[in-house]
Structures are given as C-alpha cells and as structure tokens.
Design a protein around this ligand. Structure first.
Ligand SMILES: *[C@@H]1O[C@H](CO)[C@@H](O)[C@H](O)[C@H]1NC(C)=O
Ligand SMILES: *[C@@H]1O[C@H](CO)[C@@H](O)[C@H](O)[C@H]1NC(C)=O
Ligand SMILES: *[C@@H]1O[C@H](CO)[C@@H](O)[C@H](O)[C@H]1NC(C)=O
Ligand SMILES: *[C@@H]1O[C@H](CO)[C@@H](O)[C@H](O)[C@H]1NC(C)=O
Ligand SMILES: *[C@@H]1O[C@H](CO)[C@@H](O)[C@H](O)[C@H]1NC(C)=O
Length: 280
C-alpha cells in the first residue's frame, strides 16, 4: 500500500514535470489566460523565452499587458518595462512580479534609474489591475498602464528581464548573459508589431587616428595608473562584473578615448558595444 502511494506520487511528479516543460516552451501560440483576460496582440519576444500580450486603447491611452516568462527559479522574478527615454534598463518604468514577504505573488512598480539595488517606487504611468500568477515554472504578470499625454508616439522601447532571487523583498541582480543584455527593443503599440530601433543620433566625430599614448606610471613600469585611467573614461558606478574586467578595457584604451564624449554605460558589455565603432 505504501509502495502504491509512492508510485502514485511519482507519477504525479512526472506528469507535473511534463506539463511544466510544455508550458515553459510557451509563447503566443500556447499561452493561456482565464476567460476574461484577452488581448488584441501577442508578440513572441526574441530573448528569455518570453512573450508579451497586449491591447492598446488609443482613445483612453490605456495599455493592458500580460508578460509571460519563466523566471530563472520559481522563487525568482520577472519584469517588463517601458523605457520612455529608450535607454535600455536605465530609465525603465518597470513592473516586477515576485513572491512578497507574506508568500503571495504580486506585481510592484520600479522607476529604475541605474544599475544599483532597486526599490519600489511610483512610475511615470498610472497603473492598475496589477497581478501575477505562477504555474508550470512560468510567471505571468498583468497590468494596465495609462500612457501620459506627453508621450507623443506609441512606438516605445520595451525592456524585459528575469531573475532568480528575491532577498528581503527586493528582486536581486539578474544574470549578465547575452540574452539578459539584449532583452529590449521597440514595439509599435498601435499596430502590435516589433519595429527596429530608431536610428541613433550620429555619434560625435571622434578622432581615433592619433590617440595619446598612456603615460608610464611614476614607478617607471609600463603599467597604466588605474586610478587615473578609470576616472578619465569609465563611469563611476561600473558594476562589479565590469570592475573585474577593467584590465581588458584598459587594453582598449584607444577606443575608450574615442568614446570619451559619449554617455558611458555602467555595464562592461554595453561599453564594449559603445566603443565597437571606434575601430575601422
Ligand atoms: C527556452 O527555450 C529554449 C528553446 O526553446 C529551451 O531549450 C530552453 O530550455 C528554454 N528555457 C527555459 C528557461 O524555459
Ligand atoms: C476577471 O479576472 C479577474 C482576475 O483573474 C477576477 O478577479 C475577476 O473576478 C474576473 N471577472 C469576471 C467577470 O470573470
Ligand atoms: C524616476 O527617477 C528619475 C531619476 O531619479 C526621476 O527624475 C523621475 O522623476 C522619477 N520618476 C517618477 C515617476 O518618480
Ligand atoms: C585628428 O588627429 C589628427 C592627428 O593628430 C589631426 O591632424 C587632426 O586634425 C585631428 N582631427 C580632429 C577633428 O581633431
Ligand atoms: C595615480 O593617479 C592618481 C590620480 O592622478 C594619483 O593620485 C596617484 O598617486 C597615482 N598613482 C600612482 C601609483 O602613480
């Protein structure tokens, strides 16, 4: 009898695992919501196995969304944002779904101004109907946003992300894999389609032809004085991952010089992308 119930438990576990992997595959074709949650559009997003369902009511300037993605761990978090300034994570007006201290799932808002620890705060949009669900390893966050009148376009940058930990009620840093860094892009809310990023403003003319050679340090060795170097070209809030790779950046001194007039990201990979155009 005991053996029988163990087998039954095992079978249930296997069936659950099977259904979990099916829904993790997910996407527009298979995401299911309760009957009163229907959306005019759905976009399979190119990173993090995620999808965005939405309806935009242009008269009311109201956007209802469901963002669906598997968090790295069930106790992790998923986030979806509009960045009105088009700057990726920095400036994102963000909805994050995760387990609260009392164990319930909820969606909170975050005005993300940098790469440091985040805290719950009002965002640039009126929000309502915020809710989250988790099943089969996939989280769905729901919400309604009202786009302010000052937003003159309905082509906006969306940014999305997943993470594996929440500590003391605060979603923690996500992975820095390629897909985590590339999970952003523009969406035309009125027509329900992903659109290419608008052409960036032309970069200030950089003169990379004759960079000054880094001065040898006082000790006479040819090591670059790191204090001096980083204050010249790197952002002050470069994250730990980036700090550890400063020597790599210093080897690309010429490119850093070239990028001196541009806004610096605090992410190593973003800096590398920013300075990539400096070499012919
Ligand atoms: C994401 O999708 C890929 C390909 O469909 C799959 O191999 C991978 O396991 C999925 N990852 C998660 C976290 O569901
Ligand atoms: C619509 O869905 C919400 C959230 O799932 C639920 O609370 C509400 O009762 C539903 N309303 C109707 C009319 O089914
Ligand atoms: C979000 O943060 C930025 C930078 O700190 C600030 O300028 C802006 O007013 C904040 N937005 C809201 C809605 O509080
Ligand atoms: C770029 O550097 C070269 C070599 O030093 C110099 O001749 C040229 O005037 C510089 N151009 C600009 C735009 O600063
Ligand atoms: C490096 O540069 C900083 C700032 O100019 C200076 O204070 C420091 O003494 C220098 N260190 C060495 C080892 O030269």
């Amino acid at each position: 009898m005991a053996a029988g119930s163990h087998n039954f438990a095992l079978l249930c576990a296997l069936l659950f695992a099977a259904s979990a992997s099916v829904s993790a595959a997910g996407g527009c074709s298979s995401d299911k919501f309760s009957s009163n949650r229907t959306f005019a559009h759905c976009l399979d997003l190119p990173q993090l196995n995620s999808s965005l369902h939405f309806t935009y009511d242009s008269a009311a300037r109201s956007l209802s969304i469901a963002f669906v993605a598997p968090p790295d761990k069930p106790e992790g978090w998923v986030a979806w944002a509009i960045n009105p300034t088009g700057g990726g994570m920095r400036g994102s007006q963000t909805l994050i779904g995760f387990h609260q201290a009392d164990g319930t799932l909820a969606v909170k808002t975050y005005n993300i101004s940098g790469y440091g620890p985040i805290s719950e705060a009002p965002i640039a949009f009126d929000t309502s109907d915020l809710a989250a669900e988790l099943s089969g390893g996939t989280m769905r966050i729901f919400g309604k946003l009202v786009l302010p009148k000052e937003m003159t376009t309905t082509t906006v940058e969306q940014v999305w992300q997943v993470g594996e930990t929440v500590a003391n009620g605060v979603p923690q840093k996500h992975r820095f894999d390629k897909e985590n860094l590339e999970s952003k892009g523009f969406v035309d809310l009125s027509n329900g389609v992903i659109v290419p990023s608008p052409a960036p403003a032309p970069a200030p003319a950089a003169n990379c032809t004759s960079p000054p050679a880094p001065a040898p340090s006082a000790s006479g060795s040819n090591k670059i004085n790191m204090t001096q170097s980083t204050s010249l070209a790197l952002p002050e809030n470069l994250m730990l991952e980036g700090d550890l790779r400063i020597p790599e950046l210093v080897n690309r001194w010429v490119d850093l010089e070239c990028s001196e007039m541009e806004t610096k990201s605090s992410l190593f990979l973003e800096i590398i992308i920013e300075i990539a155009h400096c070499r012919p």
